[in-house]
Ligand binder design. Structure first.
Ligand SMILES: Nc1ncnc2c1ncn2[C@@H]1O[C@H](COP(=O)(O)OP(=O)(O)O)[C@@H](O)[C@H]1O
Ligand SMILES: [Mg+2]
Length: 263
């Protein structure tokens, strides 16, 4: 069941982002308009180079548009803020620190480490990292590293969690487990989540809405509502039907092999 109400948490108005790289000019985002409701799960899909990461970076406040504005509630987004947590594609963890020290880095970034370090075990527990607190990042698996990266963001109680292909490099089993973990956290904390993924099935399994983008210039071409209750059955009639529709939109229907998840 969706946990959204009608309150708009994020507003993106007429946003344009052009990269000027010497003599090449790339229109990474052109006239993007979008409103996202509190507690919504949004997935963004689209070919490589269509501006997905650029859009997430703008929402995170790590980059600025040439024109247009972004708002969290009614506050203009002007820079990075832990209220908008960002999980990088490669995790962006400190390889030379332990699991616990990486999660602590979230608190240190807000200068509240001493006051709030007692909360770390909750997040270790939540992300299933018990027993690995003192293990170094370079010694753990990719799936576990992504859970550390998510814990590091979550400990700052974000209003919005931005996830840039966090499951791209994981095997199917680990990916499915992390998808369920993300849904569990979302249900518990009602965090608004925006996920960039290249996996249509992942978008379908997780999202309230799927945003399809197209490149050169980066634009939103379509927004698809997914109105199925959770947990979703990957082999359910509605699910399979919508999956087919999505694939057709990508002109991929003819290339479909076996479904990625067979249960
Ligand atoms: N820092 C940058 N400088 C120049 N061009 C960039 C930069 N970042 C991204 N681009 C270009 O902008 C377009 C959108 O990139 P990006 O947002 O990374 O797309 P996606 O995440 O959908 O693959 C691409 O054509 C990319 O090459
Ligand atoms: Mg990207």
């Amino acid at each position: 069941m969706s946990t959204t109400n009608d309150e708009i948490i994020l507003k993106i108005e007429n946003v344009n982002r052009i990269y000027n790289d010497g003599d090449t000019e790339t229109e990474a985002l052109s006239d993007i308009n979008l409103e996202i409701k509190k507690g919504e799960f949004i997935s963004i899909i689209g070919a490589s180079g269509c501006g997905k990461t650029t859009l997430l970076r703008l929402i995170a406040g790590l980059d600025k548009p040439q024109s247009g504005d972004l708002y969290l509630y009614d506050e203009k987004i002007k820079g990075a803020d832990p209220k908008r947590g960002y999980v990088f594609q490669n995790g962006g963890l400190y390889e030379w620190l332990t699991v616990e020290q990486n999660i602590a880095a979230g608190l240190k970034a807000r200068h509240v480490y001493k006051k709030e370090k007692h909360r770390i075990p909750n997040y270790v527990e939540m992300m299933g990292l018990n027993g690995f607190e003192n293990v170094f990042i370079h010694q753990i698996s990719g799936g576990m590293a992504q859970r550390v990266a998510i814990a590091r963001s979550l400990i700052n109680n974000p209003e919005v969690l931005l996830l840039d292909e966090p499951m791209g490099a994981l095997d199917n089993f680990t990916r499915a487990a992390l998808q369920d973990k993300i849904l569990e956290i979302k249900a518990k904390k009602n965090i608004t989540m925006i996920l960039v993924t290249h996996d249509i099935d992942e978008a379908l399994y997780l999202s309230d809405r799927i945003i399809i983008m197209t490149p050169r210039p980066g634009k939103i071409s379509e927004i698809i509502d997914v109105k199925m209750n959770h947990p979703r059955n990957r082999n359910g009639v509605d699910y399979v039907e919508l999956r087919k529709k999505l694939l057709e939109k990508f002109h991929l229907a003819s290339e479909v092999k076996e479904p990625e998840y067979t249960i």
